[in-house]
Design a protein around this ligand. Sequence first.
Ligand code: AMP
Length: 543
Amino acid sequence: MLGLMMHSQLTLTTVMAHARKFHGDAEVVSVTADVPLHRYRYREAFARAAQLAHALQALGARIGDRVGTLAWNDYRHLEVYFGAACMGLVCHTINPRLFPEQIDFIVNHAEDRWLFVDPAFIPLLRGLQDRLPTVERFVILGPAAAAENCGLRDAVSYESLLEGLPGHFDLPALDENTACSLCYTSGTTGNPKGVLYSHRALVLHTYAALMPDSMNLSCREVVMPVVPMFHVNAWSIPYGAAVVGAKLVFPGPRMGDGEALQKLIESEAVTLTAGVPTVWLALLGYLEKTGKRVPSLKRVIVGGSACPRSLMEAFEERHGVHVQHAWGMTEMSPIGTLNSPTADWDSLGAEEQWALRLKVGRPVFGVDVKIVDPDGREVAWDGESFGSLKVRGPWICSAYYRLDGSDAHAEDGWFETGDVATIDARGFVAITDRTKDVIKSGGEWISSIDLENTAMAHPGVAEAAVIGAAHPKWAERPLLCVVRKPGVDVSRDELLAFFDGKVAKWWIPDDVVFVDELPHTATGKLSKKDLRDRMSGYRFPGT
Ligand code: AMP
């Protein structure tokens, strides 16, 4: 027997319609290149998204066309998110920090018809445009002057494109499985791969993101996504904020700037923010240097790479800001797990709480997880046994965009994350490594992430990375690579002694190499592959 419920499609159009109807007064504040602090309300944002839909229609847009963006977090990018997706197009966010060859590959692979470009990226595209034959027009995200003599093919400014167009658009009735956005994930090997999100996936993901033990967004929050809008839809924050009517604050090009972030938090009374660990180091460094405060800030969601305890402590002890650890990936829209206190939290000792908080939390409803050994057998949930982490659920990718045969990885209905994890009896997941980064010493696995977190707790360490280096007896042993904090002279032996009692004895790295800087990927994560390449000639002392 079928239920007797109305059948309505789960689309971002319903998110936009709801926000326009019920949260029209909520504010959106943005830093942009042309307006230092732009301010308007949701009502206007969605009216302008409708203007954009008219403009794209006039340009001949057809359902399914890809609209590329190379843009910072700001109100115009928000308008493209909703305007393009709700008329049935695909908002294709591109990471401007990728190598030009990767951007070239991605735009051609996606066959973007238009590129919406922040003025800061005009020089980058000038050098690339002749290699992007599918791009019919470049739209410069700024006022009329921004597109003048910019040197890009048939360039028009965003504001000229919208000028005079109606603020209402008859949006098509879309099937919920229609594609709405596209984000390429760049692994360390091979070409970037496209993850194509559907309206349904993002609406369900947004529900999950909003739940109390998840991101717990409400209309009383002032939320500042510092995770870029070019990275997995800024973890869905723009959609979640629209559903609940939270004020949005966008830092624009100033995302990595501690001073700008502090100013915005203070002036806009930001309560919640989210981003990868590196950006918080910049903010904390600035607060430490200047003695400035962030009194309105209550919570920071940290994910994208492991959050060191030292970072959590700095926020909590010095600024009273709760740090919530999260894990996910581009292929998961991105949320998989979030770390929130359990019902028995208060009865746990402080160290027990810390041990749990350093894990990435428990899966949100909608995401199922398992860990398996190399033969595909499930590994025990004892908090110690390592296994390859697999996931499944309605917002997890089933195949990569236009990559023949790429759905093979999901043939058993599970997506292989490429992460190695432990899960404890209560379902807390701890990410111990990427499959490619795990260190195998004498056949046993050592977690490079645990070792990095331990090293990061030393006051003389600015950044640490641990890789497996070849060893004649053990096959591999951990090698610690460290960037020292300026002005602090920490030695190899002191650092190695620091691990005593903190990790199993046989996990302690065999050597330390001091470096001026560590290589990072375009999303700000440590690039272990590059580090391994750099260290390929390394030999452990005495071997
Ligand atoms: P991306 O698709 O670029 O967002 O990268 C996803 C990958 O980042 C995951 O598969 C993990 O390897 C890593 N990652 C994300 N969040 C965390 C976390 N909290 N701790 C450790 N690694 C993480």
